[in-house]
Design a protein around this ligand. Structure first.
Ligand code: TYD
Length: 204
């Protein structure tokens, strides 16, 4: 039996992180092995690449290649082995973020990203993607209250408008695995939507 691969997406400030932890706890209480991880990152090598991608000046193609290099290590050494032993993998961002940030945000054609996706993932896709959707202006207000911004969080609102549109396009193209979460609600309202989305699949 192979485990389920669940990813969490949305623009910076949409507020997904605390909900991922809540969901992990909820699943563990039901006796499931849960691997909670993130991208870029998730392995020692990929976490080192994350540091560079988030903080080091670089051109946009280097950025795109590094997120996929990190993803390859993460998939090969963490995600695929966990799924093979039947664990549920909850991953804070995955390839939809590359389509949204490097594609819509930075301007790379989706076909170019799809080629890397094919090469690195060999057909493996998430089983379920929870997309935390929040207007760019609201996300900016939430970010303003948070810690020191990284290279992405320093981008202007127009960048996040494009990233949000990128996620909307992915959600339309991959409607079978995407569930839109209205992230504008209160934390309990958002939590309710997350649990409902997961329970609707009947996997847990
Ligand atoms: P994020 O997931 O928001 O973590 P934190 O909440 O700790 O800041 O940070 C990761 C950043 O990396 C985010 O701004 C989006 C960006 N990113 C990409 O640009 N491309 C990708 O493929 C991935 C996975 C992330």
């Amino acid at each position: 039996m192979t485990g389920r691969f669940v990813t969490f997406e949305g623009i910076d400030g949409a507020g997904k992180s605390s909900h991922i932890e809540t969901l992990a706890e909820w699943m563990r209480h039901r006796g499931h092995e849960v691997v909670l991880t993130r991208e870029p990152g998730g392995t020692p090598l990929a976490e080192r690449l994350r540091e560079l991608v988030l903080n080091e000046p670089m051109d946009t193609l280097t950025e795109l290649l590094l997120v996929f290099a990190a993803r390859r290590d993460h998939l090969a050494r963490q995600i695929l082995p966990a799924l093979a032993r039947g664990a549920t993998v909850l991953c804070d961002r995955f390839t939809d973020a590359s389509f949204a940030y490097q594609g819509s945000g930075r301007g790379f054609a989706p076909e170019r990203i799809a080629a890397l996706e094919q090469w690195v993932q060999e057909g493996r896709q998430p089983d379920l993607t929870l997309w935390f959707d929040l207007p760019a202006a609201q996300a900016a207000a939430r970010r303003a209250a948070a810690r020191a911004p990284d290279r992405f969080e320093q981008q202007d609102e127009a960048f996040f408008e494009r990233v949000g549109a990128g996620y909307a396009a992915r959600a339309r193209e991959h409607a079978g695995r995407f569930v839109r979460i209205d992230a504008a609600g209160t934390p309990p309202a958002v939590r309710q939507q997350v649990l409902a989305a997961v329970q609707a699949h009947g996997w847990w």
